[in-house]
Design a binder for this molecule. Structure first.
Ligand code: HEM
Length: 505
């Protein structure tokens, strides 16, 4: 008994010493930064659970269920300032909506942060461009990057092929259609063709490749990851009584593995030698290019899956949200249609699409108001400094201790009244006239890890909009809920879908 008590006492003394030593070291580092750089503490979130910060977890879960998480976070910034600190179990999290801090974290101080790897996403994602760091990330980036540059021109014809199938599914008799799933399918077909070299053809009648099952597995997997992200350190609990995640990612992997094997066969040294000897020209396919360098099937599966994940639920959400906004602002549709008809018979080349300014404004405004990426996070890998956010006026630099998480709140940045004006929640593409935003508008982020597909996304979006506005005279909203209710699953989309009707005369 006495022995147990002594052991417990020693353990307690040891833990307390470690705890207080860490506190002291942390304070010393802060003092040094304060003296040298004028750092001040950012405002602290007034937790009702000051030990673990579980109050924010409960609150955010509630808001998420109500579909208004991102917008509600704005209230914290209004109360505390554009940068504030909170606790999340043993982590210190600095939330920020300050453009200068975004620039620091993603570009100027790029080497001070890592991608805040998230273990619960690992069974589905494995290692790939989205979660790698340093030289291995650079290698993955170099594997992917040339594809985007080479695809820009060829993309337009490939996109038209799939767009025509999409168009066939839109009723012309003014009946209501929810476009959300059809748009997801269109972009699944486009992305699979671009990335795997073979479309999943989800738009074909009879669904020959079980794309429905594939999409369900994909969404279930992302939903499970988002669920685990919300409960943080408690997520291992789900492992014991929630099999949905495993079922989802196993299905996803089995689909991708078929393509991986095909690519490995097509790029074996013997096959490549044969192609070379025969002087054949082969198509440039991302998976095949990767397979020439990555011969391990599991590594290749995850590499390609990463690009697929980044592609799948982003462009489609942007397009769906664009239709969501246009249905509520039909006068903008009329303006777009006038311009798309004025193009006459000109072929829709990459250069022509790029020159259509008002179309770009509509896309930018959709990205600003209802963009697919709400927040992203980075973790400090060494002691560093954010340029602003400290002190009562939020203007002093902030000391960021190694291990601290910085949450970059894209949604709040894009809804900052000081940048966008009082009508920040209105859909108004005209606000872009004469505006050249830098770090105030970064839906694709900035710095070395900026989305490599930005140009491709913009080209495809303009193409989609030009074709659709040429086809239909009018769009009408058929959703009785006018506001945008969120579903957050890594990316954010409309919970009520996109219910509209089109008028062809
Ligand atoms: C509306 C469409 C899209 C938006 C708004 C978007 C936005 C973003 C953002 C914000 C990031 C940075 C994430 C972070 O580091 O935290 C990113 C990265 C990335 N995106 Fe996109 N994206 C879109 C479409 C696409 C598409 C269609 C593809 C592929 C075909 C793609 C491929 C990637 C890849 C590979 C990365 C990782 C880059 C790296 O870490 O080096 N994205 N995207």
């Amino acid at each position: 008994m006495l022995y147990t008590a002594t052991v417990l006492l020693w353990a307690f003394a040891l833990l307390s010493t470690v705890y207080f030593y860490k506190k002291w070291a942390s304070y010393k580092a802060f003092r040094a930064a304060a003296l040298q750089h004028g750092c001040k503490r950012p405002p602290k979130y007034p937790h009702t659970d000051p030990f673990f910060g579980t109050d924010t977890l409960r609150e955010r879960n509630k808001l998420k269920k109500q579909g208004r998480l991102l917008r509600s976070l704005g209230a914290h910034y209004e109360r505390l300032g554009k940068t504030y600190q909170e606790k999340f179990f043993d982590l210190t999290v600095i939330n920020t909506m300050e453009p200068r801090n975004f620039q620091q974290v993603t570009a100027l101080g790029f080497g001070d942060y890592s991608k805040a790897s998230f273990a619960d996403a690992y069974p589905m994602f494995g290692d790939g461009i989205l979660n790698q760091e340093g030289a291995v990330w650079k290698h993955s980036r170099n594997l992917v990057k040339p594809t985007f540059a080479r695809s820009e021109i060829a993309d337009v014809a490939m996109f038209e092929f799939h767009f025509e199938r999409f168009l066939e599914g839109i009723p012309r008799d003014r009946t209501t259609i929810d476009l959300q799933q059809p748009i997801h399918k269109l972009f699944l077909d486009v992305a699979s063709e671009f990335i795997l070299g073979q479309s999943i053809d989800s738009q074909l009648p009879g669904d020959p490749n079980d794309s429905t099952g594939f999409l369900k597995a994909f969404d279930d997997g992302l939903g499970e990851i988002a669920k685990r992200a919300t409960i943080g350190k408690l997520s291992p609990i789900l492992f014991f009584f929630d099999n949905k995640y495993k079922t989802a990612y196993e299905k996803l992997h089995s689909y991708v593995d078929i393509h991986v094997q095909r690519a490995l066969d097509a790029t074996s040294p013997e096959t490549l030698q044969k192609i070379d000897d025969e002087g054949k020209q082969t198509r440039y396919i991302l998976l095949h290019e990767m397979a020439k360098q990555v011969r391990d099937p599991i590594e290749l599966r995850f590499q390609i899956l990463h690009v697929f994940i980044a592609a799948r639920a982003t462009s489609s959400i942007l397009m769906a949200n664009m239709i969501f906004n246009l249905a509520r602002n039909p006068e903008i549709w009329t303006e777009l249609r006038k311009q798309s008809l004025a193009l006459g018979d000109q072929p829709l080349t990459f250069e022509l699409l790029k020159s259509l300014t008002f179309f770009r404004y509509v896309i930018h405004e959709t990205l600003r108001l209802t963009g697919p990426s709400g927040r992203t996070r980075r973790q400090a890998i060494r002691d560093t400094i954010l340029p602003v956010g400290g002190g009562p006026d939020g203007e002093a630099p902030v000391f960021v201790e190694k291990g601290t998480m910085v949450a970059l709140d894209l949604y709040s940045l894009h809804h900052d009244k000081e940048i966008w004006g009082e009508d920040v929640f209105e859909f108004n593409p005209h606000r872009w006239e004469g505006r050249k935003p830098m770090w105030e508008f970064i839906p694709f982020l900035g710095g070395p890890r900026m989305c490599p597909a930005q140009q491709q996304v913009l080209t495809q979006s303009v193409y989609f909009l030009v074709r659709l506005t040429r086809e239909f005279v009018r769009i009408e909203n058929r959703d009785e809920v006018l506001e945008y209710v969120e579903t957050a699953r890594g990316t954010v989309e409309s919970r009520n879908g996109v219910k509209v009707a089109f008028f062809s005369s």
